[in-house]
Design a protein around this ligand. Sequence first.
Ligand code: FES
Length: 105
Amino acid sequence: MRVRLCGLFDLPLFGGRLFMDVAGTDYDVIIFKLPGGRLRAWDAHCPHAGALLQPMNEMGGDLVCYLHTWVFDIDTGDCKTVPECPLTGYEVAVEGMDVFVTLPD
Ligand code: FES
């Protein structure tokens, strides 16, 4: 299902933002604006034990889970700690001034 996540200007110039219960669903999404303005949206729960990932724990293109310090590439979602456990990604699109994500039905 495709839902509006936020307005384009609701995102920080650089870095990420966490959205809880997106569009009245149970999905929590963490979204990052990468250099050049590209957007990446990920399930906000760590694939290890479900900790809620925090955008302020991003450093140099990597996101570190606060609970057991697994490290994820915010561009690809790859897990650098346990490669078999990448982030779950959601398609993200910008239309006009709105940001949309596609969540599982
Ligand atoms: S819950 Fe994230 S590393 Fe363990």
